[in-house]
Design a protein around this ligand. Structure first.
Ligand code: SAH
Ligand code: SF4
Length: 352
């Protein structure tokens, strides 16, 4: 799919931008509300579906703007869990991945914000593939709308920004996508069912709090010791854990939500007793819960260096670690590995 360069991406505009755009082409602002409703509630794919928009305006929009952001290329279902991985292609022939994870009543959609990621975390397939570009707002939100359209019988209840890329490095568009998802005219999920996950950029964490969307925030923690964290997450050399924890305290204060700490279990690196103690100490300081994630193999990326040496903590090792935490009154969830048979589990997303 190619989008003509001169066409404006209408899908991805917030209500405010739509209203401004329509006014700028000599139309009434309320047309913006109608188009918002068509794109984001009725999942319209063509201008001719927009029946309360006069034909001349539809034609004008057709020639100057586009509703096409992504195209669904393939979907693959996991045999054992019902997890579905979608590959979407962009107008410039990049591929990105979105994962739908059913879990009882809950259907969580894991969306991407960048093609690849520049942050090079040593355990992450997306990091290993390198960084290509930021996604547009339309490309971020359309992962939800196109997945909803592909699954008319499944209602998506939660959205997590845990796919490819670092959302806080594509900050403006991440904010615009939150604006669209949480808008009162919209029937997408509520703000308390949206989680933005970050490897930790303190100023952006504070900016997100001040933006007022009050979504949930997750920090990819993975080690409570600065030196170890820097080894597996080079970004920690630039933005220390300590500065991130200070920012998270502000996030809690302003947004009045608890933090989720994501903790991928790496044998011998972050699964020792002293790691559990340090983690419990952080959790005492910050209203939070811990998501323990089994390390998913990144062997499909044939990594070198430290990445090649990483090994998962054994199942019993994970249980011991969790018990250490629970004995210290930490709220812990162990995330089931979902969809590793289709390389759709956490940290396995990477496409050429
Ligand atoms: N860039 C953001 C969001 C995407 S990563 C972030 O880093 O938070 C989503 C989650 O998957 C993060 O917690 C990340 O640390 C985790 N993850 C990455 N690689 C993984 C792997 N191989 N196994 C398990 N979890 C992994
Ligand atoms: Fe990027 Fe997140 Fe992967 Fe790190 S874990 S490389 S920040 S996507």
């Amino acid at each position: 799919m190619k989008i003509q360069d001169h066409k404006i991406e209408l899908k991805g505009m917030t209500l405010e931008k739509l209203r401004e755009y329509l006014e700028s082409i000599g139309e009434k602002k309320f047309r913006g509300n109608q188009i918002f409703n068509w794109m984001y509630n009725n999942l319209a794919m063509e201008f001719d579906e927009m029946q309360n928009i006069p034909k001349p305006l539809r034609d004008k929009l057709q020639s100057e703007t586009t509703l096409k952001t992504l195209e669904l290329k393939t979907s693959k279902s996991s045999n054992n869990t019902g997890t579905v991985k979608y590959v979407f292609s962009t107008y410039d022939d990049r591929n990105i991945e979105t994962v739908l994870i059913p879990d009882g009543e809950r259907n969580t959609l894991c969306i991407s914000t960048q093609v690849g990621c520049p942050l090079d975390c040593k355990f992450c397939a997306t990091g290993l593939m390198g960084y290509k570009r930021n996604l547009s707002t339309g490309e971020i939100v359309d992962q939800y709308f196109l997945s909803a359209k592909a699954n008319p019988k499944t209602s998506i209840t939660n959205i997590v920004y845990m796919g490819m890329g670092e959302p806080l490095l594509n900050f403006e568009r991440t904010l615009e996508s939150l604006d669209i998802f949480t808008h009162e005219l919209n029937k997408v999920v509520g703000r308390n069912r949206i989680t933005v996950s970050t490897s930790g950029i303190p100023q952006r964490i504070i900016d997100l709090a001040e933006s007022g969307y009050r979504v949930k925030m997750a920090l990819s923690l993975h080690s409570c010791f600065e030196d170890i964290r820097s080894r597996i997450m080079p970004i920690n050399n630039k933005y220390s854990l300590s500065d991130n924890l200070d920012a998270l305290k502000q996030y809690v204060r302003i947004s009045k939500t608890k933090i989720t700490f994501e903790y991928t279990m790496l044998k011998g690196i972050n699964d020792r007793k002293e790691d559990a103690e340090a983690l419990a100490k952080i959790c005492k300081d910050i209203p939070s819960k811990v998501n323990v994630i089994p390390f998913n193999s990144i062997a499909h990326m044939s990594p070198g260096g430290i990445s090649a040496e990483l090994e998962p903590t054994s199942k019993s090792g994970i249980l011991d670690f969790v018990e250490e935490l629970r004995n210290r009154n930490v709220r812990v969830m162990v995330r089931e590995t979902q969809g590793d048979d289709i390389a759709a589990a956490c940290g396995q997303l990477a496409v050429n």
